[in-house]
Design a protein around this ligand. Structure first.
Ligand code: SF4
Length: 402
């Protein structure tokens, strides 16, 4: 099986959209986001893809943006012009920021093929630089408006994939893997560890296994109104409001949905929806990452507690110290009252009833007993009153591998 990072990422977002795109090969719609990103990437490939250490001028770089510009997916001329201006501004900032430290990169648009336990993983790295200490740095350009949460560096699959690719090609792992966010002109770097590489491999293998087993359930998510296949999706194909939103996003023809105009709302509303969809995606990712960290931390805390208790037990100690503080070990007694004794004390004083309460565990046991089945059970159930409603988040984090 042959996979790429974007195929895996599509599967992680929604297995059914993966099937529509990569198995059924349904056509995707032109997207101005994609056109814009590809145009900027092509201009930067031109800028760094030279043989001499003399960089191009800013004018030449901006001229090249015109040459490589992709016009697909824009709403109209004004929309495209707005993005072209934005592209020129991004490249101008990039040029001034990077010109003083300009040096020839080790590679530009470097293709790779990796074998991960029989799965072929292919991709292209935007740029590989040589650091002053001789190590390698992978640079991946991003044209997102905003920086993602920092936890994205721990959970994103792209960075460990690039780490493995560089190790495979150059025989040494990169010292840094960096996302370069061109719009805010900021970099986010990480150095991947062996456990992170192992997690990434496990995730890739799990996705590949799911694909081989044809697990293609739809997974509703905030970006559904931008899904290229919403018209075919069993969840939304009969939902006029969602189809209208998809029409306004250019994902289905507006003429095919007569209710679209009234359901679309204003342009500002749509922009807000896009923004909040992207934000909630980041929030969910961060929530899942933190949940995983807490789970791992709890396991480690238990291990550490056991080690400390055993040590104190063996040494007969009641306190131990680290370099940043200490711990005191105290016996914690769990007690319960002798019910007969308590009753004999309280009942004569008329206080016994005051300490009685319904025990939900015992009540459940009673309901499960044979003699409670039938009428009594119904009456007890009917006596239940809702005191408070709270909401719980159940995690569907299939790629976590734990
Ligand atoms: S509309 Fe949403 S749930 Fe349906 S295929 Fe697309 S991404 Fe998946």
């Amino acid at each position: 099986m042959r996979l790429s990072y974007s195929a895996i990422s599509t599967y992680q977002k929604c297995p059914l959209s993966y099937k529509f795109q990569y198995v059924d090969r349904l056509p995707t719609k032109p997207s101005h986001y994609l056109s814009f990103g590809n145009s900027i990437h092509a201009a930067l490939e031109f800028f760094y893809g030279i043989d001499t250490p003399q960089p191009h001028s800013l004018e030449r770089l901006l001229e090249e943006l015109d040459n490589v510009w992709i016009s697909d997916g824009y709403e109209n001329e004004a929309h495209e012009k707005e993005y072209k201006e934005k592209g020129r501004a991004i490249l101008t900032t990039f040029y001034h920021e990077n010109l003083p430290s300009f040096k020839l990169p080790v590679a530009v648009e470097k293709q790779f093929t990796l074998d991960i336990d029989g799965i072929t993983l292919v991709g292209v790295i935007d740029r590989i630089d040589r650091l002053s200490n001789g190590g390698l740095e992978v640079i991946d350009y991003k044209t997102n408006e905003k920086l993602p949460p920092k936890t994205k560096l721990n959970t994103d699959l792209q960075l460990p994939i690039y780490h493995m690719a560089v190790e495979e090609i150059y025989g040494t792992p990169p010292q840094k893997v960096t996302f370069y966010f061109l719009v805010p002109n900021q970099k986010m770097s990480a150095r991947k560890t062996n456990p992170e590489i192992k997690n990434a491999k496990d995730t890739i293998l799990k996705v590949a296994d799911n694909i081989q087993k044809e697990k293609f359930d739809p997974f509703k998510n905030p970006l559904c109104p931008w899904c290229d296949f919403i018209e075919h999706c069993p969840i939304y194909r009969d939902d006029p409001v969602m189809l209208a939103k998809a029409a306004s996003n250019g994902k289905i023809p507006k003429a095919s949905n007569s209710k679209s105009e009234q359901a679309i709302g204003s342009r500002a509303e749509i922009n807000n929806l896009k923004q909040s969809a992207a934000e909630i995606e980041n929030v969910v990712d961060e929530y899942l990452a933190l949940t995983r960290q807490i789970r791992q931390a709890r396991v480690r805390l238990d291990e550490l507690q056991n080690i400390i208790h055993n040590y104190c037990e063996k040494q007969g100690l009641t306190s131990v110290s680290g370099t940043r503080g200490g711990l005191t070990r105290m016996a914690h007694k769990t007690t319960h009252y002798n019910v007969d004794k308590l009753r004999s004390l309280l009942e004569p004083r008329g206080l016994w009833e005051k300490v009685l309460d319904v025990n939900s565990k015992l009540l459940k046991k009673l309901l499960d007993d044979e003699e409670s089945r039938g009428e009594l059970r119904k009456l007890i159930e009917a006596a239940k009153e809702v005191e408070e409603i709270s909401y719980v988040l159940y995690i569907k984090d299939e790629m976590a591998g734990d």
